[in-house]
Design a protein around this ligand. Sequence first.
Ligand SMILES: [Zn+2]
Length: 317
Amino acid sequence: MSVLDLDFFRNEQAAYAQLEAVLWPQGPECPHCGVIDQATKIKANTPKKVRHGLYKCDACKEQFTVTVGSVMHGSHLPLHKWLQAAYLICSSKKGVSAKQIERTIQVTYKSAWFMMHRLRAAMDPIYTAAPQPMGGEGKIIEADETYIGRKAGYTKKAAFHHKNTVFSLVERGGEVRSFHLDRADKQIVKAIVDANVRRETRHYTDGATWYQNNALGLDGGHDWVDHGKEEWVRGDVHTNTVEGFFSVFKRGMKGIYQHCSEKHLHRYLAEFDFRYNNRERLGIDDTKRTENALKGAKGKRLTYRRTREQLDSQATS
Ligand SMILES: [Zn+2]
């Protein structure tokens, strides 16, 4: 059977059942009072007035569905199309354009664009919990930066000062975290490392000045390869892991997304980080990756509203 034949991609009732299974493993959670598994499903009085997935809380008597408080909250689009969009963005290694979503799932371009940004918010871990630091005793982190796009106000190419700086930390065998910087320098890079990396971690970089003489101050030590002298690998010292991540990110940004303004760059970074952190090699297939994205859809209503206001103001300006 094709994945696209799955019931929850085609049928609204099945879509609600699927999202409930992912977000409510212990039964319906009332978003109003927080009580779990004490709600009654409301059956439609007439077939015409079906409201899928509607529950009434036995404790506080309020009504809710599984999308309340999520990034899908208040959307007029059917939930099975949300699941289709989530699957497409999670299963495409370099991402999927809003244009493609518009054509494939048959929604307006504007709807497709909103959906994709809301799904990126679902993939963004910074809105859920304070992240645990990366690395640790015996662990290796590669740090590197890359330059992409063009900053507002720059028309001509001027070395890479006109480009946006992306700084990424990758733990070998572990996760990536990416940051959009105004520019890379010692203070900024060190502040990010201080906030995200355990002190015992060993780190590998290239020869950029902001890493020299263990400027990041980690106790696990520092080693580097000198790209300026065509040195790429020395023993296990290299930055190939983080460069591999950049390569996928850049191919996606150039080939799929094409135009990305500075102010949205962090959203795309969240998307590419998410896919890397839920990669096949960690035993996470397309379906599981989509479920993990949907799990992040929960409790992000505030984020989503903020996003929507920002997007609305841009759409009208
Ligand atoms: Zn309640």
